[in-house]
Structure formats: C-alpha cells, structure tokens
Design a binder for this molecule. Structure first.
Ligand code: NAD
Ligand code: WQD
Length: 332
C-alpha cells in the first residue's frame, strides 16, 4: 500500500515508517518538523535501504494537504500532533488548533482525494482515571486531566462522527499506553528538547550523567511499592501494531478500536532498576510529591488486539531499557 504518514519523522512515526518499508509498503511522510529532524530520513534509509519521500508541510494547511493527498494513496497513518501535557495546559489554543483543527483539515484533504482509510494515534489518556484495571476498549471514555488529553478524546469523536456519516471509511483508533525504547540499531529514538517530561527519557539522561537524579513523583500510591505503575511498550512493537491494523482493516469499513500495550504494569522503581541493570550506571532518585493529573496505575487489556490483529508486544522492559540506552549513547 502507498501510505501517507503524517508526523512520520517523529518518534513513533519514524519507527512505523521503517516497519512499513520492511512490510513492503510505500510510506510518504508529511511533517512540519516542529518536533523532529530531517536527518531521520537518512537514518531510515540506512536501516532499510530506502529513502522515504517527505513533504515538509503543516497538516493545518488545507491547500498543501489537498495537493499532497491527491498523489494517489491507499491509506493514511496520522501521527502528527503536539504531545507535551504541561505545555497543553499553558497553551490550550495551540493544542486544539494543531491537533484538532489539524486533524479536521487533514480529513478534508483525504476526503477530497478519496482516501477513506486511516489509522489514528490515540492514547490511554482517553480512559482518564478508570474504576478498574486493566483498561478495556469497551470502557466509557473518561474525563481527561489536561487539554492534550481532551484533544485526543475530541479527535476520536471527530473520526467516529465522520465514519458514521461516510460509511465507506475505515477508521482504526490505536490507544497507545506508554511508548518507550528505541530502534535496536541505535539510529532512531526519542530526543526531547529541554528537560524530558516522560520517565524513560529522563532516566536515560540521569544514567548518562546529564541530569543529577530522577524525581519520583509520589511514593504513596496504592501500588505494590507506592510508585506509579504504567504499561510501557517498546516503540518497535508499537510500530508493528500499526502495520497489523492497516493490513487487517484496510477496505473494512467501520471504527476499529485497539489498545496497544503489553498488558502488564511496571512501577517507577522497577523502571529505574531495570535501566540500572541494562546501562550498568547508578541511577540516583528521590521520592517527591505526586505530579498533578497522574493516575496511580494504568495497564491495557490486550486480548482484542491479539485476537483480531494477531498482534502482541514481544519486547520486555529490559529490552526497552537496553535499546533506549544504546540510542542515548549513540548520540554522545
Ligand atoms: P513526536 O513529537 O516525536 O512526533 C510527532 C510528529 O508530528 C513530529 O515529527 C512533529 O514535527 C509532527 N507534527 C506536529 N504537529 C504537526 C503539524 N501541525 N503538521 C505536521 N507535522 C506536525 O511524537 P510521538 O511520540 O512520535 O507521537 C506520535 C503520536 O502518538 C502523537 O499523535 C501523539 O499524541 C501520540 N501518542 C504519543 C504517546 C507518547 O508517549 N509518545 C502516547 C500516546 C499517543
Ligand atoms: C510515567 C510514570 C509518573 C517522570 C504521559 C501522558 C500520556 C501519554 C504518555 C501521550 C508516572 C512517573 C515521570 C519523572 C516520575 N502521552 N514519573 N518522574 O504520565 O503515564 O503518560 O505520556 O498520549 O498522555 O500523560 O508517562 O512517562 O510522564 O510517567 O516519577 O520525572 O513515571 O508519575 O507514574 P504518563 P510519564
């Protein structure tokens, strides 16, 4: 399939572009490089032997997106979004404009071009703070604790409403849990500018001696060791989940919702310990106050993706840490 990949030079997008090429598909990237570098294209080429086509454009630009979308695509995988939770609280209009208005504009361009198949990057954040675990696809959507989360809930709504009105559309909503790790080649990964917001990139910088210690947000949660529990999933497993959804649901009208996670949770202290073991570096930490908006624990029910997509995350926490560490070191 020829697949338009918005946000394809970003963290998850770049790994998915590699998986698409390896799966025999032809990805074409659209990215405005707001949070990525064009050098990713050379890295993808060095891993796969194929340099993907890329258009530098903003998904909010209807004229540009209409021109690009008309170049003969079978499907779109839509990653492009801003994702910093704290920034979304400071700049809600930027987030609604980029994520929600951007998605609406993209969908207008796809509709005009007759592209009716889309795989969308959603998030476990749409479940809010549920009453029970694991989180299943049937659970009602929760109340987000920040504007970023609301943009994901809103974009899911926009896509479901579109599918209800245009019954030929195939919409796959993939709800990622906590994507981490990097490509095992050490050539692709996540490189947040400034101080990382997310745990694993932060831990990586402490292991590398670039930050002094990890602040563990809360030691009094109702979890086995008192620290927050999350379902960390390797970014290469996640990338493969997109190919599975595309292959399964292309030409299959409807709204198809899947959790992408491993189905098991790890605490903050377990992540620090696994990273210490894989990096061989000490990782000092201090337990501080809880971070506002965090839930105690989150992990996915994964049987639906296993059953319907024949997809299952295969890489464990140690592999996630080892690949993250290889990427961290490759860039110094
Ligand atoms: P990322 O920032 O690395 O990638 C997003 C890409 O989109 C970047 O390359 C950025 O330049 C591009 N982009 C942003 N706005 C754009 C616009 N208006 N026009 C064109 N390009 C634009 O983030 P990621 O971690 O790869 O996330 C990809 C998707 O997955 C996002 O939709 C994100 O919300 C979602 N998601 C991420 C996580 C996570 O923890 N990383 C978890 C759940 C969901
Ligand atoms: C993981 C755990 C923290 C940093 C966020 C978004 C979510 C999704 C993925 C996109 C929690 C703890 C963290 C630190 C810590 N993104 N922590 N010290 O919060 O589960 O999810 O990213 O959709 O929407 O909210 O991930 O990596 O920030 O935190 O103790 O310096 O690590 O409290 O328990 P989170 P995270």
């Amino acid at each position: 399939m020829r697949v338009l990949v918005t946000g394809g030079t970003g963290f998850i997008g770049s790994h998915t572009v590699v998986s698409l090429i390896e799966g025999g598909h032809e990805p074409v990237i659209v990215d405005n490089l707001a949070n990525s570098q064009p050098s990713v294209l050379d890295r993808v080429a060095s891993i796969t032997g194929v340099a993907p086509e890329m258009h530098r454009a903003d998904i909010r630009d209807l004229e540009a997106m209409t021109a690009i979308a008309s170049r003969g695509f079978d499907a779109c995988i839509h990653f492009a979004a801003l994702k910093a939770v704290g920034e979304s609280v400071e700049e809600p209009l930027l987030y609604y404009d980029n994520n929600v208005a951007g998605t609406v504009t993209l969908l207008m361009a796809l509709e005009a071009a007759g592209v009716e198949s889309i795989v969308f990057s959603s998030s476990a954040t749409v479940y809010g703070d549920p009453d029970s675990l694991p989180m299943t696809e049937e659970m009602p959507l929760g109340s987000a604790t920040n504007p970023y989360g609301w943009t994901k809930i809103t974009m899911e709504r926009v896509l479901a409403d579109l599918q209800a009105a245009r019954s030929g559309w195939s919409v796959s909503l993939l709800r990622y849990f906590n994507p981490v790790g990097a490509h095992p080649s050490g050539q692709l990964g996540e490189d947040p500018s400034g101080v990382p917001n997310n745990l694993m990139p932060y831990v990586a910088r402490v292991a590398a001696g670039r930050l002094p210690k990890v602040e563990v947000f809360g030691g009094d949660y109702p979890t086995p060791d008192g620290t927050g529990v999350r379902d960390y999933v390797h970014v290469v497993d996640l990338a493969e989940g997109h190919i599975a959804a595309l292959d399964r649901h292309h030409g299959d009208p409807g709204v198809h919702v899947y959790n992408l996670g491993t189905g098991r949770g790890h605490s903050v202290l377990e992540v620090i310990k696994a990273y210490e073991e894989e990096s061989g570096r000490p990782i000092p930490y201090e337990i501080v106050d809880r971070r506002p908006g965090d839930v105690a624990a989150s992990w996915a029910a994964v049987n639906k993706a296993e059953r319907e997509l024949s997809w299952k995350a295969r890489r464990d926490l140690h592999e996630m840490c080892a690949d993250s560490w290889r990427w961290e070191q490759a860039r110094r």
